[in-house]
Design a protein around this ligand. Structure first.
Ligand code: NAP
Length: 345
């Protein structure tokens, strides 16, 4: 079984991760690459400023870059790594043309009829695709994955919901690659921390409620918890670290929370890690350099689980922002759609 796939925004930080992660994919074969207009007709290998820690995969080097128009794309799925404003215009054109769009962009994440998915957290929200197709009259559809800070947090919160989770407070320490290329100027971030990331806190606070919400057959009912985020850029290349405080409706122990983290099961999909959440016991883990590549970048790593009040626990969660937080997240979503029979040959 092979599906033909395209990558939109293929020259960017996330686009490059797609090109790398899809090289040996058992189900998906990259047959189309696109970025901005200036790349059209040129070879990917000559246009991309390759930043990923290995060579450009051979299959992509001589691929001719296409215009950002579905009529040039003979594919079943496109993975979108476009900026949100471009995605807003372009992704619907692909969906109208009958193509499944697995998007990293924020443009449609919070739309009522657009699934925002983490396969291990809310796979049932994929049923929104039917609502979307009915509403919009599209042959294809748009399915999104969360912001790169939200996804690590929500994976860690999912198993805590059943323990009586009431509120969440989070302070992020976000890697430079999260800002795309060229991103934050080196003179602004070297020897520094920037305590502001445009729109980031709102994304974390709203997307979390949708992801942990309940699908009632027509729409998502937001999760009845409160989330407050403070987001910061730090001079780390890859890997977002988050300090999290979680409050419950009863007294809670470190052991219960730790056991809950380890109970989240991986799905039988090609890009799934063996363990969704890895709990580190050392007093100084997780750390970006040591832990971001756990499970090929698809595991989320939790540590320093400790009590801060009778009903409150605090911990650190870390994940690879361009893998679990971006390209890997979209690929896993597309794999889930194949498994659920939503993408057919
Ligand atoms: N970086 C992360 O960790 C991360 C995580 C989750 C989600 N995201 C989201 O993923 C998307 C891509 O992020 P990124 O970090 O990869 O950004 P990036 O490095 O800036 O890459 C942007 C890509 O979009 C293309 N592009 C820019 N303007 C365009 C236009 N007007 N028309 C067509 N293509 C255009 C660029 O092509 P050219 O090279 O030709 O300019 C490039 O391929 C964004 O929506 C971002 O919010 C990023």
């Amino acid at each position: 079984m092979h599906f033909k796939v395209g990558v939109l925004g293929a020259t960017g930080i996330v686009g490059q991760k797609f090109v790398q992660m899809l090289e040996k994919h058992p189900w998906f074969k990259v047959t189309a690459l696109a970025a901005s207009e200036k790349r059209v007709g040129k070879k990917y290998g000559e246009e991309v400023n390759w930043l990923v820690s290995s060579d450009i995969p051979k299959y992509a080097v001589d691929m001719e870059m296409l215009p950002l128009d579905p009529k040039y794309f003979d594919v079943d799925i496109v993975f979108s790594a476009l900026p949100a404003d471009v995605a807003k215009e372009v992704e619907p054109e692909f969906a109208k043309a009958g193509i499944i769009v697995a998007s990293n962009a924020s443009a449609f994440r919070m739309d009522d009829d657009v699934p925002l998915i983490i396969p291990e957290v809310n796979p049932d929200h994929l049923k929104l695709i039917e609502v979307q197709k009915k509403n919009r009259g599209w042959e294809g559809c748009i399915v999104t994955n969360p912001n790169c800070t939200t996804i690590m947090l929500v994976i860690s919160l999912k198993p805590l919901l059943e323990l009586g989770l009431k509120y969440v407070k989070i302070a992020s320490m976000q890697a430079l690659s999260g800002a795309g290329y060229p991103g934050v100027p080196s003179l602004a971030i070297y020897d520094n921390v920037i305590p502001f990331i445009e729109n980031e806190e709102k994304k974390v606070e709203t997307e979390t409620l949708k992801l942990l919400g309940r699908f009632d057959g027509m729409q998502i009912k937001m999760a009845p918890i409160s989330v407050s985020a403070s987001c910061h850029r730090v001079p780390v290349l890859d890997g977002h670290t988050e300090a999290v405080w979680v409050g419950f409706d009863r007294e809670i122990s470190v052991e219960e929370v730790s056991k809950a983290f380890e109970s989240l099961k991986p799905l039988p999909l090609p890009t799934s890690p063996e363990k969704v959440i890895i709990v580190r016991k050392e007093k100084d883990r997780p750390q970006p350099r040591l832990d971001r590549d756990s499970g090929n970048g698809m595991s989320v790593v939790v540590g320093r689980i400790r009590k801060s009040d009778r009903n409150e626990i605090k911990y650190i969660v870390l994940g690879h922002n361009t893998v679990r937080g971006a390209a890997g997240a979209s690929i896993l979503n597309a794999e889930l759609m194949v498994k659920e029979g939503l993408i057919k040959k």
